[in-house]
Design a protein around this ligand. Structure first.
Ligand SMILES: C[S@@+](CC[C@H](N)C(=O)[O-])C[C@H]1O[C@@H](n2cnc3c(N)ncnc32)[C@H](O)[C@@H]1O
Length: 258
């Protein structure tokens, strides 16, 4: 898939709030997207908007223009222990490996996996190629850096690299022990009502990751010890028969060991 910026095809605009915010201008310039007032946004034909709401960069569609929207959620997942490091006990941690220290998440998206890995104490590098998603992730990581528990422990939020991982993985300064992939697979049938809004929006603005096979090949060459692929239960494994599989309800983690 080419660089899928929603701004480039005219579907995205920034919204200016009453207080002038240099951050909005910076993002608009970097995305090549226009800046609108709220009223102009309502009257426009854009499908998506970025705006600061309650201190967070928020992605809005036309339904959420007045209220709501999506941000990179930096809070622990429901049921996750609030201690640091959180215990490495879920399927993701088992797939990544409890002794693994360095992980590159090559498909960061809403950063929920990168953030869960960070809270479990892994050293995480996040890669994202969509400039819109990268702006949202950067804002999430900046909010994370302000959190009391992060500052008290002098932790650095994950390092964010923006660009196509197929290229970036070949130039990493240090070989990571694990490369984690969660590309967008085509849905089995029509998107179910249970599909989370955040993932439905991602699919709408970015489409499926049609180059996921090349991404696996790049990850396999760049990893030190393992590649982990998160996959819907119906999809063929990306890299042939995995060394180990951790299966959940509707998804599985295919682990490829070197
Ligand atoms: C299904 S989402 C990932 C969701 C993520 N695991 C989370 O916890 O929110 C896939 C994301 O990977 C990104 N992506 C896919 N292929 C990529 C590549 N080759 N390089 C960089 N980013 C990529 C897409 O732009 C999209 O944002």
């Amino acid at each position: 898939m080419s660089d899928p910026t929603a701004a480039a095809n005219g579907t995205l605009a920034l919204i200016r709030t009453e207080i002038a915010d240099a951050r909005v201008e910076d993002i608009a310039i970097s995305l090549g997207a226009p800046i609108l007032t709220f009223d102009e946004a309502i009257d426009s034909t854009h499908g998506y908007f970025l705006a600061y709401r309650n201190g967070s960069l928020t992605l809005l569609d036309r339904q959420s223009l007045k209220k709501g929207g999506l941000t990179v959620d930096i809070a622990p997942r429901p049921g996750e222990q609030h201690s640091y490091p959180a215990p490495k006990k879920d399927l993701l941690a088992q797939a990544i490996g409890k002794k693994t220290e360095t992980v590159v998440d090559a498909t960061t998206g809403w950063a929920q996996d990168s953030l869960a890995l960070f809270r479990m104490g892994y050293q995480v590098t996040s890669i994202e190629r969509s400039p819109v998603m990268a702006a949202l992730i950067r804002d999430g990581y900046q909010r994370l850096a302000q959190k009391d528990w992060v500052q008290r422990r002098e932790l650095q939020p994950p390092n964010l690299l923006i660009g196509n991982a197929i290229r970036l993985l070949a130039g990493l300064p240090k070989t990571p022990e694990c490369i984690y992939l969660d590309p967008m697979f085509p849905p089995k049938r029509k998107q179910s009502a249970a599909t989370r809004k955040s993932m439905a929006v991602l699919r709408d603005i970015l489409g499926d990751d049609l180059d996921r096979q090349q991404l696996f090949t790049a990850a396999w060459s760049a990893t030190g010890k393992r590649v982990v692929v998160k996959s819907p239960d119906y999809a063929e494994p990306l890299g042939g028969k995995p060394s180990t599989v951790y299966s959940g309800k509707l998804l599985r983690y295919d682990v490829y060991l070197k």
